[in-house]
Design a protein around this ligand. Structure first.
Ligand code: NAD
Ligand code: MLT
Length: 533
């Protein structure tokens, strides 16, 4: 598999990918046409914040399975476009949290004590001791905007240094803030009370520009530290506020555009200290995020759950071995059901009974949907199947029942159209041997594999012989079959055939021409088509 890396990552990640046998290519600083060309045959793309992964990139990369972000922020990746193309987007949200928190603390001290300014002057031989009178953090109030992973680590560190903590984050609970010793307050209160304001939100339409002239005026003095994302703080407003003394200073690691233009007003104001997006730049953090992404790429290639997938159902590693066989079973049941029901599918219900009902089955349901949509020839996988269902107005339901009458676990996929519905139930024999055990109410014991014929016919003598002889005439070998009747003798019966050879449409027509036949469907599973399996 080809893994394309367009922003530098730690060697440990490259080595892990190579050891796994992947073809690792690096193409740093590519954009525009060059990026589209480089990604054309890639199966995985690894980026940091430098590469813009737009909808065009996904269009240009038909074989792409996963985009790995070696870091946290994914504002440079069009996740909706990724989902549309069935591409997983995964990040490494844990690996650089401590590094980013430490950088925030370092920048707070550096701004409060004018360390970079004093350092620069001393390097030119100037002993400017009397020009710098710093501020202690001890006893001051820290305002935290965004109390997520980094915000919480900053809270712990600065709480330990004697600061009072207030925080604004509309999405976390008061208990969580309490446990960190922070008082959860409204945004305006946070700004008003903060002597130091540290920003730790993602860049979203909601947070873009959330700190501008009015908000900086509310701070009325103090320091602003942004090691999160550039667009959250309005750069012109911040430069003006520090320049005219509304704020005492600021420390900025991230910029709306990176690399920052030499003309940026932030670079002109002496009391604004800057670093070139170094928050995550420690050896440990880079090794962590690079190896985490390498592992997730491997998992994606192996069809296993991707731990930090942002647009695909992810499953706890400890749960995965238990649900793994059901992923294929649900997909197969979905495929069989979709191929047996005529007309436009308007609803899909996936029902779980028995032991499987106790598990986290989000990925199993996504796989059932994949199975339903695949025969309809949509470009589908477990990443985009739920979205495809939504876009096509297909009603998706999931249900669970802890008891199962006949089986330890049963997965039933029911597809419906405007008039009708049809259910296919699957189970696992001996733990991992998939069987279809009911089709449209008929009890069967069918091995779901390869080329199959499902025939519904009048329960009369000679019908099975007739079907066998038609298949024989066309040189179609029967590998196995299972016959079941619905109720009593003389009613309707259903027969499932496993075949070695493809069934031309003509055969189905010949069978249907006999008035004892009610319905005949040729199904293909496991990638079997009219050619080779
Ligand atoms: P996170 O998702 O764990 O936390 C973000 C927090 O922001 C969440 O608690 C969320 O509820 C909160 N939030 C969202 N919208 C908000 C709003 N409108 N107002 C207030 N709070 C809001 O993310 P994280 O891992 O803590 O990362 C935080 C930021 O730091 C991200 O922007 C990330 O990209 C950035 N980061 C930068 C560096 C660097 O090198 N400078 C390194 C790591 C992370
Ligand atoms: C991140 O979001 O993880 C940071 O911006 C770190 C980075 O990749 O430089």
């Amino acid at each position: 598999m080809k893994v394309l890396i367009t922003d530098p990552i730690d060697d440990a990640g490259l080595e892990r990918l190579r050891e796994a046998g992947h073809d690792v290519e690096t193409a740093y600083d590519v954009d525009g046409e060059a990026l589209l060309e480089a990604v054309a045959d890639a199966n995985a793309l690894v980026v940091r914040s430098g590469t813009e992964v737009t909808a065009e990139v996904f269009e240009a990369a038909p074989d792409l399975v996963i985009v790995g972000r070696a870091g946290i922020g994914v504002d440079n990746i069009d996740i909706d476009a990724a989902t549309e193309h069935g591409v997983i987007v995964a990040n490494a949200p844990e690996g650089n949290v401590r590094a980013a928190a430490e950088h925030t603390v370092a920048m707070s001290f550096a701004a409060a004590r004018s360390i970079p300014q004093a350092h620069a002057r001393l390097k030119t031989g100037e002993w400017a001791k009397s020009d710098y009178l710093g501020t202690e953090l001890n006893g001051k109030t820290l305002g935290i905007v965004g109390l997520g992973r980094v915000g919480q680590e900053v809270a712990k560190r600065l709480d330990g240094l004697g600061m009072d903590l207030v925080a604004y984050d509309p999405y976390i609970s008061e208990e969580r803030a309490d446990r960190l010793g922070a008082e959860l307050v409204e945004f305006e209160t946070c700004l008003e009370r903060a002597d130091f304001l540290t920003v730790h939100t993602p860049l979203t339409p909601e947070t873009e520009g959330m700190i501008s002239t009015g908000e900086l005026e509310l701070m009325g003095g103090g320091y602003l530290v942004n090691c999160a994302r550039g667009g959250v703080v309005d750069e012109d407003a911040l430069a003006a506020a520090v320049d005219d003394g509304t704020l005492d200073g600021a420390a900025i690691d991230v910029f709306a555009e990176e690399p920052v233009s030499p003309d940026s007003p932030l670079l002109d104001v002496d009391d604004i200290i800057v670093t070139p997006h170094l928050g995550a730049s420690t050896e440990a953090a880079q090794e962590n995020v690079a190896t985490s992404i390498a592992d997730q790429i491997d998992a994606a290639f192996a069809g296993e759950p991707v731990m930090n997938a942002l647009n695909a159902p992810s499953v706890d590693e400890s749960v995965f071995p238990r649900i793994r066989p059901y992923i294929g079973l649900a997909e197969t049941a979905g495929k069989v059901a979709a191929q047996l029901l005529d007309g436009r599918i308007s609803s899909v219900e996936v029902a779980y009974e028995g032991d499987i009902a106790e598990e986290d089955i989000e990925l199993v349901t996504a796989s059932a949907l994949k199975g339903v949509f695949e025969p309809l020839e949509w470009q589908v996988n477990a990443v985009n199947a739920p979205q495809i269902a939504e876009e096509r107005g297909i009603d998706v339901k999931e249900s669970k029942r802890l008891q199962s009458e006949d089986f330890q676990s049963l997965v039933t996929v029911t597809v419906g159209n405007e008039q009708d519905s049809l259910s296919v139930c699957g189970t696992l024999f001996a733990g991992d041997d998939p069987r279809i055990v009911r089709i449209d109410g008929y009890r069967v014991d069918a091995i779901p594999h390869g080329k199959m014929l499902v025939a519904r016919n009048a329960d009369k003598p000679g019908v099975i012989g007739f079907i066998g002889s038609v298949l024989g005439e066309y040189n179609i070998n029967i590998a196995g079959m299972f016959n079941a009747r619905r109720d009593e003798e003389g009613g309707e019966a259903l027969t499932v055939y496993n075949l070695d050879d493809p069934v031309p449409a003509e055969v189905v027509e010949t069978l249907l021409a006999d008035d004892r036949m009610i319905d005949v469907k040729y199904l293909t599973l496991n990638g079997a088509d009219d050619g080779e399996e």
